[in-house]
Design a protein around this ligand. Structure first.
Ligand SMILES: C[S@@+](CC[C@H](N)C(=O)[O-])C[C@H]1O[C@@H](n2cnc3c(N)ncnc32)[C@H](O)[C@@H]1O
Length: 270
């Protein structure tokens, strides 16, 4: 069957038919029409979507690289640019064993941490967030896979003994300035704490940069997602690391990668 006419783009209507029926695309193609129960569910989903709710919250799951996570309004919907960060970080780290420590700060749904655990099953992977609601969903998504979820403000969530032992630190922190305009679908539905960093937008980046050098071990890596205008600022902030900024799929500079050499000219001065 074809998706009923709704005012939504056809590919979205087809996904909502699949959600209402519990069938995949092939299963839907073999059906003639929706049952009354399915039609009512479909109408409800269409109504939510027409009122601007993100499709991923309606579906309740999102694909992130090789894994799928549950999402709802407690957490940011994982984005394709964060998948680029994941790919770059996996390539940089290369291999991992039981002694490898990977940390995802501001994990939200847990997607990045879970995808890293998928890539490096032997590594010890830690996912942190400051938001209690996000932590609840992250636990549902990642704990079964063996990722440890910790609550707290940035590095404050981590055991102090981990300082200087992190092989790979990743974060997609809030980096929007308070008051900046966002598309309604984002600003009205996704959690403000996941988006806004403060009056300038770099406040969380600054705080990550102040501490990252002391948590990442010599020979380790930091990968941070940044706003498209923040590349120069991020390079300046993470000057202790040997840095490069990678582009996202749209060609925008969005991923700061930093390699921690054995020493830094300012090591010990802060
Ligand atoms: C942009 S979202 C990223 C979520 C997830 N990592 C992703 O890429 O989909 C930022 C996350 O950082 C968390 N966060 C904000 N401030 C924080 C802080 N001070 N300490 C720890 N986490 C924080 C938010 O609750 C949110 O889950």
């Amino acid at each position: 069957m074809k998706a009923p006419s709704t005012g939504l783009p056809d590919h979205e209507a087809r996904r909502l038919v699949q959600l209402a029926t519990g069938l995949d695309a092939t299963g839907v193609a073999m059906r003639d029409e929706l049952t009354d129960v399915e039609a009512a569910a479909f109408a409800g989903y269409v109504d939510r979507r027409l009122r601007g709710e993100p499709l991923q919250y309606i579906e309740g799951t999102v694909q992130f690289g090789p894994i799928e996570v549950r999402v709802d309004p407690r957490v940011l919907i994982p984005r394709p640019e964060t998948e680029v960060l994941w790919e770059r970080a996996v390539a940089a780290l290369g291999t991992a064993d039981e002694s490898t420590v990977i940390v995802d700060i501001g994990t939200g749904s847990g997607a990045l941490a879970l995808a890293l655990k998928h890539a490096f099953p032997d590594a010890r992977v830690y996912a942190t967030d400051v938001d209690a609601d996000a932590l609840d969903l992250a636990r549902e998504n990642v704990e079964q896979a063996g990722v440890t979820v910790l609550g707290g403000d940035l590095f404050g969530a981590l055991p102090f003994g981990m300082r200087g032992h992190v092989d790979l630190l990743v974060s997609n922190p809030p980096y929007v300035a308070d008051g900046d305009d966002l598309p309604a679908e984002v600003g009205e539905h996704e959690p403000a704490r996941a988006l806004f960093a403060g009056p300038v937008g770099d406040e969380i980046l600054v705080r990550l940069a102040e501490q990252a050098f002391y948590w990442v071990k010599p020979g380790g890596w930091v990968f941070i997602e940044i706003g498209e205008t923040q590349a120069d600022r991020a390079m300046e902030l993470f000057a202790d690391f040997q840095c490069v900024v990678y582009q996202d799929l749209a060609g925008k500079p969005r991923i700061l990668a930093g390699y921690r050499g054995a020493t830094s000219c300012i090591e010990g001065n802060r």
